[in-house]
Design a binder for this molecule. Structure first.
Ligand code: HEC
Length: 456
């Protein structure tokens, strides 16, 4: 009896010690430490009840991430005739953002309806043009293309994802094993993004052509073609003809370019880069060029503004910011410069229109105009951290304060369109994908050919 009693006493004592200890620990950990995001081996999509539908959503602040180790995916490629100075990622990693590490991180979540992917990477300048029309633009040191007359120049920054729609494969293997290495870069054939059989879903976000409307472009690469998904695309080539030397069909009509983005929010598009509200491109650029460079007034703008709009005693007129002025504002601005009167006032209205055409062509006329996408082309909603201020800074390179991109992509798990991947979680919770980054480029890219998206 005595022994049992002592054992009970000991147990009580031990219990008290443990209880006190537990109390102390409870007290010590009253405020739990904040969750620290961890790197994961796959892109883990976490099931959420509150959709993280904005870049600033608190979910993203602590979400785990896949750190993509970027490699050269496509290098040393050039565009066809007339497309110049558009290959900023020509040498791959060593060209991308001047060789700085891209530090690409992906985070993901899903709810009953949608997949959310937040991509974040380092690129310290914003390139926001695509195939801009320039008259007598610069030569491209990588190409033998002539630069006289109209050419299509400048490119933008992009991120693209590739998913397997239907057992894409090539001689390199199945997409499910080797990702884009099989399906996108087929047998080393230049500029081909086709599998040999099956099809690949491409989500292509770009600063110039998809972001201004709040979407990513939805494309399909099949064995015989690379095509846009059904419906109206969010951009249309702004051209008078069929080549990259045909010249622009439209210019900005001067009306504020307010637009409702894919996520329902509203913004105003900067006419320095983007064309939404348009009218036919007016004036004869060749005649404007002649009047600008005439040897004596009227005309002879070269006397103060320098050849091709720069390098003279008066300010440069070949600047992207000139595009922020409507045609009427440009005309009245020139009416109001006393120094210019002898050179400008005697000109006919037709001469003045031709000169404005030439000024527009020196600054660059947007190579595409934007449209509200519909159907399967409107499947991928995208939001980014690109603000009008960053765009303005990007044409004033000395003040370009952009450090990293943040792009949030939202897509229905199941679109039920045959040209899309369907995330049917009852069938599979694991999906292979590839991801590519482009700095001022479209044909050369860095990234990872094969990663895995896992629904948790
Ligand atoms: C005698 C010198 C001179 C000549 C010649 C001249 N300009 Fe100017 N221009 C100026 C000055 C000065 C300004 C005011 C801004 C600045 O200081 O550069 C100006 C401003 C402009 C602007 C900006 C107007 C605005 O909206 O603020 C444009 C565009 C322009 N010039 C085009 C032309 C064209 C086209 C011609 C030929 C018809 C021409 N200029 C001839 C001196 C000149």
């Amino acid at each position: 009896m005595k022994g049992v009693h002592r054992k009970i006493q000991l147990l009580i004592a031990l219990g008290l010690v443990l209880a006190t200890g537990a109390c102390e620990e409870d007290y010590f950990y009253e405020v739990p430490p904040p969750r620290v995001a961890q790197a994961t081996a796959t892109l883990e999509a976490v099931k959420v009840s509150t959709p993280p539908a904005t870049i600033g959503a608190s979910f993203w602040k602590t979400a785990d991430f896949l750190k993509v180790s970027a490699a050269d995916l496509s290098t040393q490629q050039l565009f066809g005739d007339g497309l110049m100075n558009m290959t900023g990622t020509f040498a791959g990693l060593s060209s991308f953002n001047n060789g700085a590490a891209p530090d690409l991180k992906l985070r993901a979540a899903y709810d009953n309806d949608n997949l959310y992917i937040l991509a974040e990477w380092t690129d310290t300048d914003v390139d926001a043009s695509h195939s801009t029309w320039l008259w007598n633009g610069p030569l491209d040191p990588k190409k033998a293309d002539a630069n006289l007359g109209w050419t299509s120049q400048r490119n933008c920054d992009k991120i693209a994802f590739a998913f397997d729609i239907a057992n894409a494969s090539s001689s390199n293997g199945l997409f499910s094993n080797v990702g884009c290495a099989a399906a996108c870069h087929n047998d080393g054939v230049k500029n081909r993004m086709h599998p040999q059989s099956g099809s690949v879903d491409i989500w292509n976000w770009s600063v110039a052509r998809s972001n201004p409307m709040g979407y990513a472009e939805d494309l399909t690469a099949s064995s015989d073609s690379f095509y846009a998904d059904g419906g109206q695309k969010m951009y249309v080539r702004n051209t008078l003809g069929s080549t990259n030397r045909s010249g622009p069909a439209f210019e900005w009509d001067g009306n504020s370019q307010s637009v409702t983005l894919g996520n329902g929010s509203n913004t105003v598009l900067d006419p320095a880069y983007f064309l939404l509200n348009k009218m036919p491109f007016t004036g004869n650029v060749q005649r404007g060029d002649s009047i600008y460079h005439s040897a004596a007034p009227p005309g002879d703008c070269v006397y103060c503004h320098g050849p091709n709009g720069t390098g003279g005693s008066a300010s440069a007129v070949n600047h992207l910011s000139q595009n922020k002025k409507s045609r009427a504002a440009l005309l009245s601005g020139m009416d109001n410069v006393p120094d210019m009167a002898a050179y400008w006032s005697p000109l006919s209205q037709a001469d003045k229109d031709d000169l404005v055409a030439y000024l527009r062509a020196l600054s660059g006329v947007p190579g595409y105009y934007l449209a509200v996408p519909t159907g399967s082309s409107a499947d991928i909603i995208a939001t980014s951290n690109i603000t009008p201020v960053q765009l303005i800074n990007s044409y004033l390179p000395s003040t370009n304060v952009h450090t990293k991109y943040q792009v949030l992509i939202i897509r229905k798990l199941k679109t039920n369109n045959t040209d899309d991947i369907q995330f049917d979680l009852t069938a599979s919770k694991s999906y292979r994908f590839g991801v590519a980054l482009m700095d001022n480029d479209g044909v050369n890219h860095i990234g990872s050919a094969v990663e895995t998206l896992t629904f948790k």
